[in-house]
Design a binder for this molecule. Structure first.
Ligand SMILES: Cc1cc2nc3c(=O)[nH]c(=O)nc-3n(C[C@H](O)[C@H](O)[C@H](O)COP(=O)(O)OP(=O)(O)OC[C@H]3O[C@@H](n4cnc5c(N)ncnc54)[C@H](O)[C@@H]3O)c2cc1C
Length: 429
C-alpha cells in the first residue's frame, strides 16, 4: 500500500530528540541571550557552538543539502518534518545549519560553483565560519528581473558591478553577498570598496554597488545565467519557509487551545462559546490542509525535482501566508488584550503574515503561475456546450442503452423522463 502517512521509527526517534533538544536547549538560549546563535562574539559562540556540535553529532546538520551537493541527503520530506519543529524557535534553524538566506545561497554554490568556488565559500558557509546575503530586489523594479538595471562589465581580469539593490536581508552583516546582475550572478565580498550600505531599512539592507570590482572567477555559473540560478535558489527557499510556517501556525494553535480552556467569560469557559469553537475547528482544518500540501510538495521534490514541483511550491508559498494570517489572527484575538502585546509570540507572528505574502515574490505572481500551469492541462470545449452539460451527455449516454430502450417501454419512459428532468415511476422509487 503506497499511501502512508507514518514516519519511520528511526527518524521519529530523531524528531523526538530534536523536539526535546529545542525545548530544553535552544529556547532557553533564545530567551536569555537572544541572537547568541548568530553572533560572532566569543562568549556567544561558547554558548551556541556546543549546541551546534550536538546537532552535527546526531547527523542532523545542514539537512537541506542533498547527498550529491555535499549534505546528508535526507531529502525534503524529512526536512519538512524537522522544520515543523525548528520553525517554532527563533534560532533553531541556525543551530541546525539550515537558516535562510545561507541555505539558498549554499544550494546555488553546490549546484553551480566550481571546485575552487566551493572550497572558498561553500565549506565555510556550511561550517558557519562566514555568513551570506542575497541581493536581487531593486528599488525601481521590485523582483521583476525584466526591470533590473544592476550590471557587471568585464574589465581585464575583473568584473565591475554597478547598480542598486534593496531588501538584501542581513546584507550589512554578511561576509559575502550574492548579487544578481542582468548578465550573471556574482559573489561580492561585503568589504569590497564601492559596496555602500544605506542606513534604512535596518535589517533588509539598501545597498549601492558603485563600480565594485571583483575578480573574474567571482561569476557563479554561466554568464547570463542569473535567472536560472535565482529560480534554483528561490524554489528551495520558498518551500523551506512554508515548512517553518507549519511550525508557527501549530504554535499559534497550541496557544489558542490552551487559552480557550483557561479563560472563563459570561458564565462558561470560552471554549464553550460557539464562535471560539469555530475558530478552533477552522484553524485545525486549515493547518492540516497546509501541512499536507507542504508534505506532498516535499515528497514530490524528492521523487522528481524542484523544477518539476514548481506549481506545488508556488501553491505552498501563498497558502502558508494565508493560513499564517488567519490562524495567528484568531489566536491573537482569543488571547484578548494580552494577544495585542509583545508578551506572547502572537503579535510578531501576525505581523509576519504580510511579509510571508511579499518576500520571495508577491502572492499574486505565484497565483498566476499556479493558474497558468494548471490550465496547461485543459482545453476549451470544442462546441457550444461545456463538456459537463448534462443534456448533451445524457443524449450521448442513451446510445449505450438504445437496444434496451427500444425493447422495453418501462425503461423508455424512465429514460424519457430523465431527459425532461423529471422522475419517472421506476426512477422515483
Ligand atoms: C522581510 C523581507 C525580506 C526580504 N529579503 C530579500 C532578500 O534577502 N533579497 C532580495 O533580493 N529581496 C528580498 N526581499 C524583497 C522581496 O523579494 C520583494 O519585496 C518582493 O519580491 C516584492 O517586490 P516589491 O517589494 O518591490 O513589491 P512590488 O513589486 O512593488 O509589489 C507591490 C504590490 O504590487 C502588486 N503586484 C506586483 N507585481 C504584481 C503582479 N505581477 N501581479 C499582480 N500584482 C502585482 C502586489 O499587490 C504587490 O504586493 C525581502 C522582502 C521582505 C519584505
Amino acid at each position: 500500500m503506497a499511501w502512508d502517512f507514518s514516519t519511520e521509527p528511526e527518524f521519529q526517534a530523531q524528531l523526538d530528540w530534536v523536539d526535546e533538544f529545542c525545548r530544553t536547549e535552544v529556547e532557553p538560549l533564545d530567551l536569555v541571550f537572544p541572537g547568541a546563535a548568530y553572533s560572532r562574539n566569543p562568549k556567544a559562540k561558547a554558548l551556541a557552538d556546543p549546541l551546534k556540535q550536538q546537532v552535527k553529532d546526531r547527523g542532523l546538520w545542514a539537512l537541506f543539502l542533498d547527498r550529491d551537493l555535499g549534505g546528508p541527503g535526507f531529502g525534503q520530506l524529512k526536512l519538512a518534518l524537522l522544520n515543523e519543529i525548528l520553525g517554532r524557535y527563533r534560532s533553531a534553524p541556525v543551530v541546525f545549519g539550515t537558516a535562510a538566506p545561507d541555505t539558498g545561497n549554499m544550494e546555488m554554490l553546490a549546484a553551480y560553483g566550481t571546485d575552487e568556488q566551493k572550497r572558498r565559500w561553500l565549506s565555510p558557509l556550511m561550517n558557519q565560519e562566514i555568513f551570506s546575503a542575497y541581493s536581487m530586489t531593486e528599488p525601481q523594479g521590485g523582483s521583476d528581473p525584466s526591470l533590473f538595471k544592476t550590471r557587471a562589465t568585464r574589465d581585464g581580469d575583473e568584473w565591475v558591478i554597478t547598480g542598486e539593490k534593496w531588501f538584501t536581508s542581513a546584507g550589512a552583516f554578511a561576509d559575502i553577498i550574492f548579487v544578481m546582475c542582468v548578465n550573471g550572478m556574482f559573489v561580492v565580498p561585503r568589504q569590497t570598496p564601492g559596496v555602500e550600505i544605506a542606513e534604512h531599512p535596518a535589517l533588509h539592507n539598501h545597498i549601492r554597488y558603485n563600480n565594485v570590482r571583483v575578480p573574474a572567477d567571482h561569476l557563479l555559473g554561466p554568464e547570463d545565467g542569473a535567472k536560472v540560478l535565482a529560480q534554483r535558489r528561490l524554489g528551495g527557499g520558498r518551500i523551506h519557509h512554508a515548512m517553518r510556517t507549519v511550525a508557527q501556525v501549530k504554535l499559534a494553535f497550541d496557544i489558542m487551545c490552551e487559552r480557550a480552556l483557561s479563560r472563563e467569560s459570561h458564565g462558561k469557559v470560552i471554549a464553550e462559546h460557539q464562535m471560539v469553537a469555530e475558530a478552533i475547528a477552522d484553524s485545525y482544518a486549515e493547518i492540516n490542509m497546509l501541512r499536507l500540501l507542504v508534505l506532498w510538495t516535499a515528497w514530490t521534490i524528492d521523487n522528481s525535482s524542484t523544477r518539476e514541483s514548481r506549481t506545488q511550491i508556488a501553491a505552498c508559498k501563498y497558502t502558508c501566508a494565508k493560513v499564517l494570517r488567519e490562524v495567528s489572527y484568531r489566536a491573537l484575538h482569543i488571547m484578548g488584550s494580552l494577544g495585542t502585546t509583545d508578551l506572547t509570540p502572537l503579535q510578531a507572528m501576525w505581523a509576519a503574515a504580510p511579509t510571508m505574502a511579499i518576500a520571495d515574490g508577491v502572492d499574486e505572481v505565484h497565483k498566476v503561475t499556479v493558474a497558468r500551469n494548471v490550465l496547461k492541462g485543459y482545453e476549451p470545449h470544442p462546441g457550444l456546450w461545456p463538456t459537463e452539460y448534462l443534456p448533451a451527455k445524457r443524449e450521448e449516454a442513451r446510445k449505450k442503452y438504445a437496444g434496451l430502450i427500444a425493447a422495453d417501454p418501462d425503461l423508455a419512459a424512465w429514460a424519457d423522463a430523465a431527459s425532461r428532468g423529471s422522475r419517472s415511476r421506476l426512477g422515483g422509487r
